[in-house]
Design a protein around this ligand. Structure first.
Ligand code: ADP
Length: 241
């Protein structure tokens, strides 16, 4: 799904978190939103998802104005910063959540939900752990459950907020490679937020650099690396968002 963002603004009690953002994302692209803490990355992601209402401007999914599409019908999968799994539910029930909460008329039969959960467990390499609870998993495994849950409804757009932020360096590296593989297999239009430039440059097709609610630069990882528009691109390594 192609996404077009036009003059998008968001204010919180008069504080402008996003100033007239314009951005085009092609169908099937993997795009990183990179910037220091407080630059508006999460806000942009949440407005695209419909979790926050814009104060001005538009987000189009294909030819449709996304604000006219109810949030549940936007076809967006969202992975939150700290997994946000349901603690009292098993891995399988967490993954099935997006399917099993649908109204009866559009809810797939249980055998189909079970089949889909089985496929997703396979995709995220967690087969055998379906009866565990989130507290019995490592951070990396929890994040893979969160991703499987987001993919369960076959979203056209996948949005990830600092998906690997809470993990150690080794697990981050593995999950990065694996997110790329899943992206290439599913073909979702994917946006992920990171304050880690190495992650953005290594993983994304294109990088969008945000600062203080403005887009500073858009380019391929090579372009951003060779000609950073703002020196901070190379200053904020290690800045814990
Ligand atoms: P980032 O994801 O780049 O760290 P955010 O999008 O979370 O940045 O925040 C951008 C700015 O908007 C910050 O100054 C933040 O304090 C402010 N902000 C974000 N969400 C809210 C909110 N719900 N209420 C008030 N201010 C907010």
């Amino acid at each position: 799904m192609e996404i077009r963002i036009r003059d998008l603004a968001k204010s919180f009690d008069g504080f402008r978190a996003l100033h007239g953002v314009d951005l085009d994302i092609a169908s099937g692209e993997l795009v990183a939103l990179l910037g220091p803490s407080g630059s508006g990355k999460t806000t942009l992601l949440r407005v695209i998802a419909g979790l926050e209402a814009a104060t001005g401007g538009h987000v189009y999914f294909g030819d449709e104005d996304a604000t006219t599409i109810p949030v549940r019908e936007r076809g967006v999968g969202f992975v939150f910063q700290h997994y946000a799994l349901f603690r009292h539910m098993t891995v399988a029930d967490n993954i099935a959540f997006g399917l099993s909460v649908r109204p009866r008329a559009t809810r797939p039969p249980k055998v189909e939900i079970d089949k889909r959960v089985g496929e997703l467990l396979d995709l995220v390499q967690l087969t055998g752990l379906e009866k565990r609870y989130p507290t019995q998993l490592s951070g990396g495994q929890r994040q893979r459950v969160a991703l499987a849950r987001a993919l369960a409804t076959e979203p056209k757009v996948l949005l990830l907020d600092e998906p690997f932020g809470a993990l150690d360096a080794k697990v981050r590296k593995e999950l990065r490679k694996w997110l790329r593989e899943i992206h290439d297999r599913t073909g979702n239009t994917t946006l992920f937020v990171t304050h880690d430039q190495e992650e953005a440059l290594e993983l994304a097709d294109r990088v969008v650099v945000l600062d203080k609610g403005h887009i500073q630069q858009i380019g391929t990882p090579d372009q951003i690396y060779d000609e950073p528009a703002t020196p901070f691109v190379f200053d904020f390594i290690g800045d814990a968002s």
